[in-house]
Ligand binder design. Structure first.
Ligand SMILES: [Zn+2]
Length: 155
């Protein structure tokens, strides 16, 4: 089995192909390419095949760790011109708009935020706990949006 195939199965990211895997000293960088050809606005779901341009540098998201290895997912993304939101970077199926964490990592952090008391961690581990509100907010907004979509679709 090829290493790219193994990481495609391990990461379980939808609608992407793993194109390369690179091992660093403590990080595994997994390069992915979106399978879809059309560009999707991350904010409203507007789809188009017209590309505005391609970002010159790849975007990256932190994914759930594999043992002692930190996992970074990287993708070169295109930009589109959305009639509502202007020129934006295309959305990816595995991360919420504006997030530097994958949905799985976001959800884990949001879940931990609901299970951890407010006082633990912050003095000894300030970096982690100051990031809790943002993933929790994104996860909550995503849940509300999907519930509203289901409700409007059932009418
Ligand atoms: Zn839009």
């Amino acid at each position: 089995m090829r290493v790219t195939t193994a990481f495609k199965r391990l990461l379980r990211l939808d609608d992407v192909n793993v194109t390369a895997v690179e091992f660093g000293t403590s990080t595994i960088t997994v390069a992915v390419a979106l399978r879809r050809r059309r560009l999707v606005c991350p904010h409203c779901g507007h789809k188009t095949s017209a590309r505005y341009d391609t970002r010159p540098c790849p975007s990256s998201w932190r994914h759930l760790d594999h043992g002692v290895w930190q996992v970074q997912v990287q993708a070169t993304l295109r930009r589109l011109s959305c009639p509502t939101h202007g020129v934006v970077v295309e959305g990816v199926p595995f991360a919420r708009p504006g997030a530097h964490l994958t949905v799985d990592f976001d959800d884990l952090v949001a879940w931990l935020a609901t299970r951890t008391d407010k006082t633990s961690g912050s003095p000894s581990n300030p970096g982690r706990f100051t990031r809790f509100p943002e993933p929790a907010r994104r996860a909550a907004q995503s849940s509300v949006r999907s519930a509203l979509r289901k409700e409007s679709a059932s009418r």
